[in-house]
Design a protein around this ligand. Structure first.
Ligand code: FE2
Ligand code: FE2
Length: 297
């Protein structure tokens, strides 16, 4: 039985999607494509384009995908339509098995904004029966417990609390009057602890939301890869993900490519693809080991 799989991850779209992406993925050799959300601003049209993609895929929707619903504190018709369209490919509190890699992919809470609360328990309550961070953590852990494999990849929109409180930390807060602080999700951090206590191994967490370029008041770029207690954290949120090539030769589109074998991620690269589908740049991901205990105020 084959024990190797290729996963391509598409970071926060924010509308950056074109026909060349469709051609590249539909002609690709990947086993599955993962979307970390923020496809658009509660934009049904872009969701239709993603669901039409004729590939194996899984999606976790982001805060922008429910932007008006969270502002109104009740789901809009557009959000209902988006959830209907994505259907079973929406991995919120769900599992997708990837036997070729010996892993299960577990979905965390969708629409996450970061920060301490759920922002709109009304929306979570209606769609998922979840109203608190504790209930959400329990749902993520329950999904993991029901997965076929003991080795897990977690797909989330925002990363977990506990990976650093500098504005340039992988999920650090770089905006507001007082930048700094850990902007990771507490429910996901709690769920990761529960999953480990239950004996399963979260090998990696893939989550975007916190964009690579830091707020102009700070400048510079964010750390997007980290390792803690044997778990790898990957933030693919290069925004915008379609950029003009450095050599002036057209545009390049960003993907994160991971290879998994027998329950472990054996390599990760960031790849930049031209309009003809050729991979023009490959940047190997190097993981920065974090201190195993970081203090948070
Ligand atoms: Fe985003
Ligand atoms: Fe986001």
């Amino acid at each position: 039985m084959r024990s190797r799989a290729e996963i391509l991850v598409v970071g926060d779209l924010h509308g950056c999607w074109c026909e060349e992406d469709v051609d590249f993925l539909e002609n690709g050799s990947q086993d599955i494509v993962l979307f970390v959300g923020d496809l658009g601003d509660e934009d049904v049209a872009i969701v239709e384009r993603i669901v039409d993609l004729n590939v194996e895929k899984a999606v976790i929707l982001g805060n922008h995908d429910a932007w008006q619903s969270f502002s109104n504190k009740q789901p809009t018709d557009k959000l209902r339509r988006i959830l209907e369209l994505v259907g079973d490919d929406h991995l919120a509190y769900g599992v997708r098995e990837l036997p070729a890699a010996g892993i299960s992919i577990v979905g965390a809470r969708p629409f996450t904004w970061g920060g301490l609360d759920l922002r709109s328990p009304e929306v979570y309550g209606e769609f998922f029966g979840v109203r608190t961070s504790e209930e959400s953590a329990a749902r993520i852990a329950a999904a993991a417990a029901g997965a076929d494999h003991d080795d897990l990849l977690v797909l989330a929109h925002n990363g977990p609390y506990g990976l650093g409180s500098s504005p340039s930390s992988i999920y650090g807060k770089d905006f507001g009057k007082r930048p700094g602080g850990d902007w990771g999700d507490r429910d996901l951090a709690d769920a990761l602890r529960s999953i480990a206590d239950g004996g399963k191994r979260v090998r990696a967490v893939v989550a975007g939301h916190m964009h690579h370029r830091l707020h102009p008041q700070i400048g510079g770029k964010r750390a997007r890869f980290a390792k803690r207690d044997g778990c790898l954290y990957l933030n693919p949120a290069i925004v915008p993900r379609i950029c003009r090539a450095d050599d002036g030769d057209g545009h390049r589109r960003h993907y994160l490519r991971m290879i998994w074998e027998a329950g472990e991620m054996t390599s990760a690269d960031e790849i930049w693809v031209d309009r003809s589908g050729r991979i023009r740049e490959v940047d190997a991901v190097r993981f920065r080991a974090l201190r195993s205990r970081q203090k948070h105020s």
